[in-house]
Design a protein around this ligand. Structure first.
Ligand code: B12
Length: 220
Protein backbone atom coordinates (compact mmCIF):
# COMPACT_ATOMS: atom_id res chain seq x y z
CA UNK A 1 0.00 0.00 0.00
CA UNK A 2 2.65 2.47 1.04
CA UNK A 3 4.78 1.43 -1.87
CA UNK A 4 1.99 2.11 -4.38
CA UNK A 5 1.26 5.53 -2.85
CA UNK A 6 4.92 6.33 -3.18
CA UNK A 7 4.97 5.17 -6.80
CA UNK A 8 1.95 7.26 -7.73
CA UNK A 9 3.37 10.53 -6.40
CA UNK A 10 6.69 9.59 -7.94
CA UNK A 11 5.06 9.28 -11.39
CA UNK A 12 3.25 12.60 -10.93
CA UNK A 13 6.55 14.29 -10.12
CA UNK A 14 8.35 12.63 -13.04
CA UNK A 15 5.63 13.54 -15.55
CA UNK A 16 5.53 17.12 -14.29
CA UNK A 17 9.30 17.41 -14.61
CA UNK A 18 9.30 15.80 -18.07
CA UNK A 19 6.85 18.45 -19.32
CA UNK A 20 8.80 21.32 -17.73
CA UNK A 21 12.00 19.96 -19.31
CA UNK A 22 10.19 19.27 -22.62
CA UNK A 23 11.21 15.61 -22.75
CA UNK A 24 8.90 14.98 -25.69
CA UNK A 25 10.61 11.74 -26.65
CA UNK A 26 10.09 10.13 -23.24
CA UNK A 27 6.72 11.47 -22.20
CA UNK A 28 4.43 8.96 -23.89
CA UNK A 29 6.25 5.96 -22.41
CA UNK A 30 6.22 7.56 -18.99
CA UNK A 31 2.51 8.38 -19.05
CA UNK A 32 1.67 4.88 -20.33
CA UNK A 33 3.67 3.33 -17.52
CA UNK A 34 1.99 5.56 -14.92
CA UNK A 35 -1.45 4.58 -16.26
CA UNK A 36 -0.52 0.88 -16.34
CA UNK A 37 0.38 1.18 -12.69
CA UNK A 38 -3.04 2.70 -11.94
CA UNK A 39 -2.00 6.30 -11.42
CA UNK A 40 -5.16 8.40 -11.18
CA UNK A 41 -5.93 10.19 -14.48
CA UNK A 42 -7.19 13.35 -12.76
CA UNK A 43 -3.95 13.50 -10.81
CA UNK A 44 -1.94 13.17 -14.02
CA UNK A 45 -3.91 15.96 -15.69
CA UNK A 46 -4.16 18.38 -12.77
CA UNK A 47 -1.18 17.70 -10.52
CA UNK A 48 1.34 16.81 -13.21
CA UNK A 49 0.41 18.35 -16.58
CA UNK A 50 -1.40 21.57 -15.64
CA UNK A 51 1.01 22.20 -12.75
CA UNK A 52 3.88 21.78 -15.20
CA UNK A 53 2.44 24.44 -17.51
CA UNK A 54 2.11 26.81 -14.55
CA UNK A 55 5.81 26.33 -13.84
CA UNK A 56 6.63 26.87 -17.52
CA UNK A 57 4.56 30.10 -17.46
CA UNK A 58 6.42 31.33 -14.39
CA UNK A 59 9.80 30.53 -15.93
CA UNK A 60 8.73 32.45 -19.03
CA UNK A 61 7.65 35.47 -16.94
CA UNK A 62 11.01 35.38 -15.14
CA UNK A 63 12.91 35.29 -18.47
CA UNK A 64 14.39 31.93 -17.52
CA UNK A 65 12.97 30.39 -20.71
CA UNK A 66 11.68 31.86 -23.98
CA UNK A 67 9.03 31.03 -26.60
CA UNK A 68 10.85 28.00 -28.14
CA UNK A 69 11.14 26.28 -24.75
CA UNK A 70 7.54 27.17 -23.90
CA UNK A 71 6.47 25.64 -27.22
CA UNK A 72 8.53 22.49 -26.62
CA UNK A 73 6.82 22.00 -23.26
CA UNK A 74 3.45 22.53 -24.94
CA UNK A 75 4.28 19.83 -27.51
CA UNK A 76 5.27 17.49 -24.68
CA UNK A 77 2.01 18.17 -22.84
CA UNK A 78 -0.01 17.53 -25.99
CA UNK A 79 1.65 14.14 -26.43
CA UNK A 80 0.73 13.26 -22.86
CA UNK A 81 -2.88 14.33 -23.41
CA UNK A 82 -2.94 12.20 -26.57
CA UNK A 83 -2.37 9.11 -24.43
CA UNK A 84 -5.01 10.15 -21.89
CA UNK A 85 -7.74 11.27 -24.32
CA UNK A 86 -9.05 7.83 -25.36
CA UNK A 87 -9.42 6.90 -21.70
CA UNK A 88 -11.56 9.93 -20.87
CA UNK A 89 -13.89 10.00 -23.86
CA UNK A 90 -16.73 7.58 -24.29
CA UNK A 91 -18.49 6.77 -27.49
CA UNK A 92 -21.52 4.90 -26.25
CA UNK A 93 -23.68 7.57 -24.70
CA UNK A 94 -26.47 9.47 -26.41
CA UNK A 95 -25.39 13.08 -27.06
CA UNK A 96 -26.34 15.57 -24.37
CA UNK A 97 -26.15 18.43 -26.88
CA UNK A 98 -23.76 20.08 -29.31
CA UNK A 99 -21.01 22.43 -28.24
CA UNK A 100 -18.93 24.43 -30.65
CA UNK A 101 -15.68 25.73 -29.24
CA UNK A 102 -12.68 27.75 -30.39
CA UNK A 103 -9.82 29.96 -29.26
CA UNK A 104 -10.50 33.57 -30.25
CA UNK A 105 -8.80 35.64 -32.92
CA UNK A 106 -5.13 36.44 -32.41
CA UNK A 107 -4.73 33.64 -29.87
CA UNK A 108 -2.98 30.35 -30.63
CA UNK A 109 -3.20 28.74 -27.17
CA UNK A 110 -5.21 25.55 -27.50
CA UNK A 111 -4.12 23.17 -24.73
CA UNK A 112 -6.79 24.42 -22.32
CA UNK A 113 -9.45 24.37 -25.03
CA UNK A 114 -8.48 20.83 -25.99
CA UNK A 115 -8.66 19.70 -22.39
CA UNK A 116 -12.11 21.25 -22.06
CA UNK A 117 -13.12 19.38 -25.25
CA UNK A 118 -11.84 16.08 -23.83
CA UNK A 119 -13.86 16.48 -20.65
CA UNK A 120 -17.00 17.60 -22.48
CA UNK A 121 -16.74 14.62 -24.83
CA UNK A 122 -16.24 12.41 -21.81
CA UNK A 123 -19.45 13.82 -20.36
CA UNK A 124 -21.35 12.95 -23.54
CA UNK A 125 -21.50 16.22 -25.48
CA UNK A 126 -20.96 16.34 -29.24
CA UNK A 127 -18.14 18.75 -30.04
CA UNK A 128 -17.40 20.88 -33.07
CA UNK A 129 -13.84 22.18 -32.69
CA UNK A 130 -13.33 25.52 -34.44
CA UNK A 131 -9.60 25.54 -33.70
CA UNK A 132 -7.54 28.62 -32.85
CA UNK A 133 -7.33 32.20 -34.12
CA UNK A 134 -11.08 32.12 -34.62
CA UNK A 135 -12.45 35.36 -36.04
CA UNK A 136 -15.79 36.63 -34.77
CA UNK A 137 -17.18 36.43 -38.31
CA UNK A 138 -16.17 32.76 -38.67
CA UNK A 139 -17.57 31.91 -35.23
CA UNK A 140 -20.92 33.55 -36.00
CA UNK A 141 -21.12 31.96 -39.46
CA UNK A 142 -20.51 28.56 -37.87
CA UNK A 143 -23.27 29.18 -35.30
CA UNK A 144 -25.67 30.06 -38.13
CA UNK A 145 -24.71 26.94 -40.07
CA UNK A 146 -24.47 24.26 -37.37
CA UNK A 147 -26.86 25.65 -34.73
CA UNK A 148 -24.99 24.38 -31.65
CA UNK A 149 -26.61 24.54 -28.22
CA UNK A 150 -23.53 26.21 -26.76
CA UNK A 151 -20.65 28.26 -28.16
CA UNK A 152 -17.49 28.05 -26.03
CA UNK A 153 -14.75 30.65 -26.38
CA UNK A 154 -11.24 30.37 -24.99
CA UNK A 155 -8.59 33.11 -24.59
CA UNK A 156 -5.18 33.00 -22.87
CA UNK A 157 -3.89 36.46 -23.65
CA UNK A 158 -5.16 39.66 -22.06
CA UNK A 159 -4.81 41.24 -25.52
CA UNK A 160 -7.29 38.79 -27.07
CA UNK A 161 -10.02 39.17 -24.43
CA UNK A 162 -11.83 41.88 -26.45
CA UNK A 163 -12.25 39.34 -29.27
CA UNK A 164 -14.71 37.45 -27.04
CA UNK A 165 -16.92 40.51 -26.71
CA UNK A 166 -16.73 41.00 -30.47
CA UNK A 167 -18.25 37.54 -31.05
CA UNK A 168 -21.18 38.33 -28.75
CA UNK A 169 -21.74 41.70 -30.45
CA UNK A 170 -21.89 40.15 -33.91
CA UNK A 171 -24.19 37.36 -32.69
CA UNK A 172 -26.55 40.13 -31.54
CA UNK A 173 -26.39 42.12 -34.79
CA UNK A 174 -27.11 38.97 -36.80
CA UNK A 175 -30.11 38.17 -34.59
CA UNK A 176 -28.50 34.92 -33.36
CA UNK A 177 -27.75 35.76 -29.73
CA UNK A 178 -30.85 34.07 -28.35
CA UNK A 179 -30.26 30.91 -30.38
CA UNK A 180 -27.08 29.87 -28.55
CA UNK A 181 -25.62 29.96 -25.03
CA UNK A 182 -22.13 31.43 -24.81
CA UNK A 183 -19.61 30.18 -22.26
CA UNK A 184 -16.14 31.64 -21.86
CA UNK A 185 -12.90 30.58 -20.19
CA UNK A 186 -9.11 30.79 -20.17
CA UNK A 187 -6.60 32.00 -17.62
CA UNK A 188 -7.28 35.79 -17.87
CA UNK A 189 -11.08 35.35 -17.90
CA UNK A 190 -13.20 35.60 -14.76
CA UNK A 191 -16.86 35.74 -13.85
CA UNK A 192 -16.92 39.53 -13.74
CA UNK A 193 -15.51 39.76 -17.24
CA UNK A 194 -17.95 37.13 -18.49
CA UNK A 195 -20.87 39.10 -17.07
CA UNK A 196 -19.54 42.37 -18.45
CA UNK A 197 -19.43 41.10 -22.02
CA UNK A 198 -22.84 39.43 -21.73
CA UNK A 199 -21.73 35.78 -21.81
CA UNK A 200 -24.04 33.19 -20.24
CA UNK A 201 -21.35 31.63 -18.08
CA UNK A 202 -17.70 31.21 -17.15
CA UNK A 203 -15.77 28.10 -16.14
CA UNK A 204 -12.41 28.22 -14.44
CA UNK A 205 -11.31 24.76 -15.57
CA UNK A 206 -12.41 21.78 -17.63
CA UNK A 207 -14.45 20.27 -14.78
CA UNK A 208 -16.34 23.55 -14.31
CA UNK A 209 -16.85 23.73 -18.08
CA UNK A 210 -18.73 20.42 -17.92
CA UNK A 211 -20.88 21.54 -14.98
CA UNK A 212 -21.60 24.83 -16.67
CA UNK A 213 -22.56 23.19 -19.96
CA UNK A 214 -25.00 20.90 -18.13
CA UNK A 215 -26.52 23.86 -16.27
CA UNK A 216 -26.82 26.01 -19.40
CA UNK A 217 -28.67 23.25 -21.23
CA UNK A 218 -31.22 22.79 -18.49
CA UNK A 219 -32.07 26.51 -18.76
CA UNK A 220 -33.54 26.08 -22.25
C1 B12 B 1 2.01 26.81 -23.55
C2 B12 B 1 2.00 28.30 -23.67
C3 B12 B 1 2.24 28.84 -24.95
C4 B12 B 1 2.39 27.98 -26.21
C5 B12 B 1 0.96 27.57 -26.65
C6 B12 B 1 0.92 26.22 -27.32
C7 B12 B 1 -0.49 25.74 -27.54
N1 B12 B 1 -0.63 25.00 -28.60
O1 B12 B 1 -1.40 26.01 -26.78
C8 B12 B 1 3.11 28.97 -27.18
C9 B12 B 1 4.60 28.77 -27.07
C10 B12 B 1 2.69 28.87 -28.65
C11 B12 B 1 2.75 30.31 -26.55
C12 B12 B 1 2.85 31.49 -27.24
C13 B12 B 1 2.64 32.75 -26.65
N2 B12 B 1 2.40 32.99 -25.35
CO1 B12 B 1 1.94 31.64 -24.12
N3 B12 B 1 1.76 30.43 -22.61
C14 B12 B 1 1.76 29.14 -22.54
C15 B12 B 1 1.61 28.69 -21.05
C16 B12 B 1 2.99 28.34 -20.52
C17 B12 B 1 0.67 27.55 -20.76
C18 B12 B 1 -0.76 27.68 -21.30
C19 B12 B 1 -1.45 26.36 -21.06
O2 B12 B 1 -1.50 25.51 -21.94
N4 B12 B 1 -1.92 26.13 -19.81
C20 B12 B 1 -2.51 24.84 -19.40
C21 B12 B 1 -4.01 24.83 -19.72
C22 B12 B 1 -4.60 23.46 -19.35
O3 B12 B 1 -4.64 25.82 -18.95
P1 B12 B 1 -5.58 26.94 -19.58
O4 B12 B 1 -5.21 27.21 -20.98
O5 B12 B 1 -5.69 28.08 -18.65
O6 B12 B 1 -7.01 26.21 -19.67
C23 B12 B 1 -7.78 25.83 -18.54
C24 B12 B 1 -8.75 26.92 -18.04
O7 B12 B 1 -8.33 28.24 -18.33
C25 B12 B 1 -10.07 26.56 -18.66
N5 B12 B 1 -10.41 27.00 -20.01
C26 B12 B 1 -9.63 27.29 -21.07
N6 B12 B 1 -10.35 27.60 -22.14
C27 B12 B 1 -11.64 27.51 -21.78
C28 B12 B 1 -12.81 27.73 -22.51
C29 B12 B 1 -14.03 27.58 -21.87
C30 B12 B 1 -15.28 27.82 -22.66
C31 B12 B 1 -14.09 27.23 -20.49
C32 B12 B 1 -15.41 27.13 -19.81
C33 B12 B 1 -12.92 27.00 -19.77
C34 B12 B 1 -11.70 27.14 -20.41
O8 B12 B 1 -10.01 25.14 -18.66
C35 B12 B 1 -8.69 24.70 -19.01
C36 B12 B 1 -8.44 23.36 -18.39
O9 B12 B 1 -8.45 23.38 -16.99
C37 B12 B 1 1.03 30.01 -20.42
C38 B12 B 1 1.28 30.17 -18.91
C39 B12 B 1 0.11 29.70 -18.08
N7 B12 B 1 0.39 29.22 -16.89
O10 B12 B 1 -1.04 29.75 -18.49
C40 B12 B 1 1.67 31.08 -21.31
C41 B12 B 1 1.02 32.45 -21.46
C42 B12 B 1 -0.50 32.31 -21.61
N8 B12 B 1 1.59 32.99 -22.78
C43 B12 B 1 1.86 34.19 -22.72
C44 B12 B 1 2.44 34.91 -23.80
C45 B12 B 1 2.86 36.34 -23.52
C46 B12 B 1 2.62 34.32 -25.08
C47 B12 B 1 3.16 35.00 -26.34
C48 B12 B 1 2.61 36.43 -26.60
C49 B12 B 1 4.71 34.99 -26.23
C50 B12 B 1 5.45 35.72 -27.34
N9 B12 B 1 6.16 36.73 -26.94
O11 B12 B 1 5.35 35.38 -28.49
C51 B12 B 1 2.75 34.01 -27.46
C52 B12 B 1 1.39 34.36 -28.07
C53 B12 B 1 1.04 33.48 -29.23
C54 B12 B 1 -0.40 33.70 -29.65
N10 B12 B 1 -0.65 34.58 -30.60
O12 B12 B 1 -1.29 33.07 -29.08
C55 B12 B 1 1.49 34.83 -21.39
C56 B12 B 1 0.21 35.65 -21.47
C57 B12 B 1 0.31 36.97 -20.70
C58 B12 B 1 -0.97 37.71 -20.75
N11 B12 B 1 -1.48 38.02 -19.58
O13 B12 B 1 -1.53 38.00 -21.76
C59 B12 B 1 1.44 33.57 -20.45
C60 B12 B 1 0.47 33.74 -19.25
C61 B12 B 1 2.89 33.34 -19.94
C62 B12 B 1 3.37 34.36 -18.95
N12 B12 B 1 3.39 34.05 -17.67
O14 B12 B 1 3.71 35.47 -19.32
N13 B12 B 1 2.38 30.18 -25.25
Amino acid sequence: MEESTYKMSDYIEQIKQAVVDAKHKDIEELVKRAIDEKTDLDMIVNNALISAMDIVGMKFSDNEIFVPEMLASAVTMKKALGIIKPLLTRKDAKSRGTIMIGTVKGDLHDIGKNLVIMMLEGAGFRIIDLGVDLSAERAVAAVAEFKPDILGLSALLTTTLPAMEEVIKILKTKGLRDSVKVMVGGAPVDLKFAQKIGADGYGKDAAEAVQLAKTLLTQN
